[in-house]
Design a protein around this ligand. Structure first.
Ligand SMILES: *[C@@H]1O[C@H](CO)[C@@H](O)[C@H](O)[C@H]1NC(C)=O
Ligand SMILES: *[C@@H]1O[C@H](CO)[C@@H](O)[C@H](O)[C@H]1NC(C)=O
Ligand SMILES: *[C@@H]1O[C@H](CO)[C@@H](O)[C@H](O)[C@H]1NC(C)=O
Ligand SMILES: *[C@@H]1O[C@H](CO)[C@@H](O)[C@H](O)[C@H]1NC(C)=O
Ligand SMILES: *[C@@H]1O[C@H](CO)[C@@H](O)[C@H](O)[C@H]1NC(C)=O
Length: 393
């Protein structure tokens, strides 16, 4: 009898270190720098939290150019990614067995430790629904002693990882790798949330679970008509993306998405669009090279735009930033008020002052579930308010 896909899958599962896909990439790597002076609008800019909930924004001007990135050589051929993605694309795109409680996959993408781990630990510990989530970490393979770095609920959750570097396709590849491992690991994983080491939860696990499990759509920012889109599109050469990706189909959005199982399988199954996004950018265009912010929004808008809520559920604060990095909250800013203010905001679609606005997102009124970026010095303050504020609904 020839092996069935199921038996192949079982064989794979046996060979994988009990796959817990936390992708951990430092947030540095996952934070986009938007240095192009021509860019009129790169990300929603949000007013200071002390103001009311209006959402007006100002264009980012006078970006500061970051220092050149170190050269990046991906010595790994991606053969074993290819076979991993192939295997993962054959899983059942619906959670199975039918009727069993669906699960959330939290995929931490990091290159170093998880400084906010104590808060996440509490988040996961405080639920009685311990069988309703899985944690996966994508960490720098050159970091030794993952077993010492990632403890408690994070113990043993690292998936086979490769180095990541911003301005390269490696961050998008890490995201795909996390999706693949999470798909293969648990047929009940239903929603796949990417988490950075500077992300915090904004609500309890139970609240997050209820919100995500009832959705049949992915939450992924998908912006069109963005300033700077051509620069990003042409970063590999004016015609390099053709014919697979025409400029009119190119999209921009935060990497921090929550994808349905269906869309996770679409992403690991896709080789056609990926063949373009995985090309390196030309050296002179390296600061326009954010494949992780373009690949997933472009792919999903081409394949199933109506299956997506085109906004991210991860709050980020662009107020007053000119260097392409969102605001990093520090300990002195953290308190109940900050959490309540962020909770009072609602995800939306791009900059309302230009044509990206989509009232349908506003009308849904989905809550933010996560927020970034929180410096490692905030962990004490966050823990102080964890039980009474952050994890209280
Ligand atoms: C980690 O996972 C491996 C492989 O599944 C298992 O043998 C080991 O006992 C686990 N270690 C801990 C500390 O859970
Ligand atoms: C891919 O290669 C890496 C490093 O050689 C290894 O750790 C990993 O298990 C491989 N993954 C698969 C799916 O074969
Ligand atoms: C969470 O639970 C784990 C395992 O039950 C335990 O080791 C850890 O101390 C707990 N952490 C917190 C913050 O309660
Ligand atoms: C995977 O991609 C192939 C080729 O594009 C397509 O024929 C197939 O239907 C896809 N499978 C899934 C599960 O999306
Ligand atoms: C917005 O859309 C309208 C109609 O599609 C178009 O005429 C206008 O130029 C667009 N404005 C911007 C700022 O893109």
């Amino acid at each position: 009898m020839s092996p069935t896909p199921l038996s192949l899958l079982c064989a794979l599962l046996l060979t994988l270190p009990l796959a817990i896909v936390f992708t951990i990439t430092t947030d540095i790597a996952t934070t986009t720098i938007h240095p192009l002076p021509t860019v009129r609008h790169q990300h929603p800019i949000i007013k200071p939290p002390t103001k009311t909930t209006t959402h007006s924004q100002k264009p980012i001007t006078k970006p500061i150019f970051p220092p050149p990135p170190p050269p990046f050589v991906d010595n790994d051929n991606d053969d074993n990614d290819t076979s991993l993605f192939q295997l993962a694309s054959r899983v059942n795109p619906n959670p199975s067995p039918t009727g069993a409680p669906k699960k959330l996959a939290f995929m931490f993408l990091t290159t170093g430790p998880l400084p906010l781990a104590p808060l996440w630990e509490l988040y996961f510990n405080r639920t009685k629904r311990h069988n309703l989530y899985n944690i996966y970490i994508h960490a720098d393979p050159n970091l030794k002693q993952h077993d010492l770095l990632y403890q408690g609920v994070f113990t043993n959750r690292t998936v086979p990882s490769k180095p990541t570097r911003r301005y390269t396709p490696s961050l998008a590849a890490a995201h795909k790798r996390l999706l693949a491992h999470a798909l293969l690991h648990d047929p009940l994983n239903y929603m796949f949330a990417l988490v950075s080491p500077t992300c915090i939860p904004l609500h309890s696990f139970d609240f997050t679970y209820k919100t995500l499990i009832k959705s049949s759509k992915s939450f992924i920012e998908i912006l069109e008509n963005e300033g700077g889109a051509w620069g990003r599109y042409a970063a590999r050469g004016d015609t390099a993306m053709l014919p697979e990706v025409e400029f009119g189909k190119f999209r921009i959005g935060s990497q921090f998405s929550v994808l349905t199982r269906q869309h996770a399988t679409v992403a690991v199954n896709d080789t056609r669009i990926w063949s373009k996004f995985k090309l390196p950018c030309l050296e002179e265009n390296v600061y326009r090279c954010y494949p992780e912010e373009n690949y997933f929004p472009t792919l999903l808008s081409m394949v199933d735009r109506v299956g997506c809520v085109p906004a991210t559920l991860t709050f980020v604060d662009w107020k007053g930033r000119h260097d392409g990095h969102p605001h990093t909250f520090h300990g002195s800013e953290v308190g109940p008020e900050l959490i309540r203010t962020i909770r009072g905001r609602r995800p939306r679609y791009g900059d309302e002052e230009i044509n990206g606005s989509d009232v349908s997102v506003r009308k849904r009124g989905d809550p933010f579930l996560f927020a970034r970026k929180f410096g490692s010095d905030t962990v004490g303050k966050l823990m102080d308010i964890a039980n009474d504020v952050i994890l209280r609904d």
